[in-house]
Write a protein that binds this ligand. Structure first.
Ligand SMILES: [Zn+2]
Length: 275
């Protein structure tokens, strides 16, 4: 019963609110099971798509010494073994945020998980029963995987603890749901989203980051610098009352009862998200 409830909640976070274009991946399939398909991005990087919640995506990033898995999907039994087999390295688990389609049941296959402490507020609802240790990420922390360094950047807005991981040398990053995968659910407020989008846009320009792989990757919906600028601008207009979204007859989870659809992004917000 609890599982059904969690799946329903997860669904309302992503699937129910928008129809994504049909997936069109260019990456090569390296593993295909009933719960997840892994495709190779480059020599030491893979993306894995679950199928329960709008292609909830996990990312496996390896260096010469170790690897990290960014997110654990909704329900992917055996995930730890699958990713260890793919990269041949010990794999540490980190999460972009605490939501059921990112910190699902497979987190229990790890003795430790790293999250942003600001998402502890979501644990009672979405990360109950985890018996391992919880490590808290630090903004600006660099995760050293051997010949590869991944920088941690806090990007709250979707949730208080939403976090992005950057690979400066490879000019890309991994942003979970921070910028929405095309459908951004704002559970904090506009000001927080604006700050994160502006900060990440600045970092992308300064560090030559070309795009961010999103938490629901369909092969063609990477987050871009333009997307981040659009999100910041549209949220500022909503905050200042210069724009208004459409009111939904049936509010989504968390009372998100308005949606603004413009420039290829949907912004979902509620009455308490106004400022
Ligand atoms: Zn989420």
């Amino acid at each position: 019963m609890k599982k059904i409830l969690l799946l329903a909640i997860a669904a309302s976070f992503q699937c129910a609110l928008f129809a994504q274009p049909h997936p069109t991946y260019s990456e090569k399939v390296v593993y295909e099971g009933k719960d997840i398909v892994f495709r190779q991005i480059d020599e030491q990087t893979w993306e894995g798509n679950g199928h329960l919640m709008a292609n909830e995506t996990v990312y496996l990033i390896a260096g010469t010494e170790s690897a990290i898995l960014i997110d654990a999907g909704t329900e992917i039994p055996g995930l730890h073994q699958i990713v260890t087999d793919i990269c041949g390295k010990p794999v540490r688990l980190v999460a972009t945020h605490v939501h059921p389609d990112h910190t699902g049941s497979a987190i229990n296959e790890w003795d430790e998980i790293s999250i942003n402490a600001a998402d502890e507020v979501n644990r009672p609802m979405f990360m109950t029963g985890y018996k391992g240790e919880t490590h808290y990420l630090t903004d600006g922390e660099v995760i050293d995987l051997g010949n590869r360094k991944i920088e941690v950047v806090f990007t709250p807005g979707h949730t208080p603890g939403s976090t992005t991981f950057l690979d400066k040398e490879r000019h890309y990053g991994f942003s979970g749901d921070a910028f929405g995968s095309g459908n951004l659910l704002i559970t904090t407020n506009f000001s927080t989203v604006i700050l994160s989008a502006q900060r990440m846009a600045y970092l992308m320009e300064k560090q030559g980051i070309e795009y961010l792989y999103p938490g629901h990757y369909m092969g063609m919906n990477k987050e871009t610098l333009q997307r981040l600028k659009d999100i910041a601008e549209l949220c500022a207009q909503l905050r200042e009352g210069e724009k208004e979204g459409e009111k939904l007859e049936r509010p989504g989870i968390g009372g998100l009862d308005h949606v603004l659809s413009e420039r290829g992004v949907r912004l979902n917000y509620g009455p308490t998200q106004m400022k």
